[in-house]
Structure formats: structure tokens, C-alpha cells
Design a protein around this ligand. Structure first.
Ligand code: PGA
Length: 249
């Protein structure tokens, strides 16, 4: 049987606090040989240029991404980072709908949909983050995730996007992860994706406290096409370990 290729997206969130530390982290990440793992990294905006230069010298290819995109390409919005700027910085993917932006910053489904459509228009692959806020049963988690997903991708005809299923209660780096529950919700998301396009061409990732100690139990599930990692993305040892375990699976 052909080995499953998996995606690993590292979301640095608002870290590290200085450009020097960001370059040091990027240089370390660039030294990792990723094998069969497709590696994606989303640093904060101010570091995109320097991190991109570091990744240009990486041992294995690393896709550079952004954590947000201003909606409505071409408009002027105070504080907005436009798709044109992201393209110019070499960005190939962008996170949209992350729970911290939904619940801490109050982003609406309509705004997330605008960001999704803008990313597609700018040929930047959107990674749509969905997931239930409170721990529930599997079918309720699927329903909540699909409600968010259907609104986020409304009006799109492209299959050039990914979905990250991140139960909000599992985000934080050291929370409990329930692998068969995660795989069950991801299966539900894939069934839905088959009705709007082809689930085979839309990777569905898991995110929420993925770390070296628990990734092996998630890797048993073929429906999980990869991982979106926050806390563990900030350490060379943790990222190397994740890549090693994915490659060994
Ligand atoms: P975590 O974050 O790995 O620290 O739980 C994941 C995310 O929020 O994308």
C-alpha cells in the first residue's frame, strides 16, 4: 500500500516577540529534513520577508503562509494586510476562520467567507478552520463544524482549499486529544465535502494540542490528512519529533 503523504502546518500565532528570535526559529525549521511531509509555516506578518529568505535556503521545501488576509481585494482598510502584499511576500496559503479570530476578535461567518473568497481570488490557498466550541458528542461536533464550513466556503467553485478541524476545547498545546473522536468528525466533514466537490482533493487536517507525545495515536487514522500545530511549532525539537513520527507512520 502506498504510504500516506501528510501535511504539517505550523502556526506561530503571535510568536516570537522579536525579529531576531523569528529568524533563529526559521533557520532551525529550515534545517529539518521533512521527508514525505509537506511542511507549511505561518509566521506573523512583520516576519514574513525575513522568514521567507531563511526558508529559501531550507533543506526541504517549506511553504510560507499568513495567519490572516484583509477581505475585499483592492480596497483600503486601516491596518489591513492585503492579498497583493501577501502575494508579493511569497505567501501561498492563509488561515481563515481560526477560533481565536472568531471568538476573541469576534469575526463573523460573513467576514470569514469574504476572506476565503478574497484568498481564492488572489490565488492564495485558504485553510478554513472549523470546530465546536464546547466538548460535545460527535454528531453535534460534525453539525457545528459543517455549519461553519458551509458558510465559510459559500459562493466558491474552487477545490483549492484545505480544512482544519480544530475543536476549540482542545486548543492550547496541552489539552486532551481524543483521536477517534477527531477522526469521526473529520469523516463527517469529508462526507460533506464530497457533496460540494471532491473530498479527495481537499485535505482535512486536525488541530488542537498536537504534540510529540500524542501524534502517534492520531496517525492511526487515515482520514486525518495532516495537522495544524500551534504551541509545538515554536520548538525545533518538537517539530523535528512530529516530522519524524509522521514519516515513521
Ligand atoms: P495548539 O494550537 O497546537 O497550541 O493547540 C493549534 C491552533 O490553534 O491552531
Amino acid at each position: 500500500m502506498k504510504k500516506k503523504e501528510r501535511i504539517l502546518i505550523l502556526n506561530w500565532k503571535s510568536n516570537p516577540h522579536t525579529l531576531a528570535d523569528a529568524v533563529a526559529l526559521a533557520d532551525e525549521t529550515a534545517r529539518i529534513s521533512s521527508g514525505a511531509v509537506s511542511l507549511f509555516v505561518a509566521p506573523p506578518f512583520p516576519y514574513l520577508d525575513a522568514v521567507g529568505k531563511s526558508f529559501a535556503k531550507a533543506i526541504s521545501p517549506i511553504s510560507l503562509g499568513a495567519q490572516d488576509i484583509m477581505p475585499f481585494a483592492g480596497s483600503s482598510i486601516t491596518g489591513g494586510i492585503s492579498g497583493y502584499m501577501l502575494q508579493d511576500a511569497g505567501v501561498s496559503f492563509v488561515l481563515v476562520g481560526h477560533s481565536e479570530r472568531r471568538y476573541v476578535l469576534g469575526e463573523s461567518d460573513a467576514l470569514i467567507n469574504e476572506k476565503f473568497l478574497t484568498a481564492l481570488k488572489m490565488s492564495i490557498v485558504p485553510i478554513v478552520c472549523v470546530g465546536e466550541r464546547e466538548k460535545t458528542g460527535e454528531s453535534q461536533a460534525i453539525q457545528e463544524s459543517l455549519d461553519q464550513l458551509s458558510l465559510a466556503i459559500d459562493g466558491a467553485v474552487s477545490e483549492r482549499f484545505m480544512v482544519a478541524y480544530e475543536p476549540v476545547w482542545a486548543i492550547g498545546g496541552n489539552k486532551d486529544v481524543v483521536p477517534d473522536y477527531a477522526a469521526g468528525v473529520i469523516s463527517g466533514i469529508k462526507k460533506y465535502l464530497d457533496t460540494v466537490g471532491s473530498a479527495d482533493s481537499i485535505p482535512v487536517l486536525y488541530g488542537g494540542s498536537v504534540r510529540c507525545e500524542n501524534i502517534s495515536s492520531l496517525l492511526h487514522f487515515n482520514e486525518i490528512d495532516g495537522f495544524l500545530v500551534g504551541s509545538a511549532s515554536l520548538s525545533y525539537d518538537a517539530v523535528s519529533c512530529l516530522i519524524e513520527k509522521i514519516n515513521a507512520s
